[in-house]
Design a protein around this ligand. Sequence first.
Ligand SMILES: [Zn+2]
Ligand SMILES: [Zn+2]
Length: 90
Amino acid sequence: MVCPPQADKAYQTNQHLRERSVNKDEYCICDECGSKFLKSSSKMMTLCPECAHVLYGYPNCAHAFKNGRCIYCHWDGSQSEYVKRLKRTE
Ligand SMILES: [Zn+2]
Ligand SMILES: [Zn+2]
């Protein structure tokens, strides 16, 4: 048995890793708190990272506020009554 030399070198194109030009800088309105947030920063399309974290346990953004908004996820610090209550009982 002879192995063909350098057979599969150039064929390693991972198609699913191809850049899908993710809608960068696309903003959404959070269903829960009503704040605008950066879509790519949250695991959920309809919730900002903060609400997704409190409601569903997704990893939260390490918010860093500047001019009233997080520079990472663009959350403005809004909290619904429901979320506030959940946090208070934590
Ligand atoms: Zn929210
Ligand atoms: Zn944030």
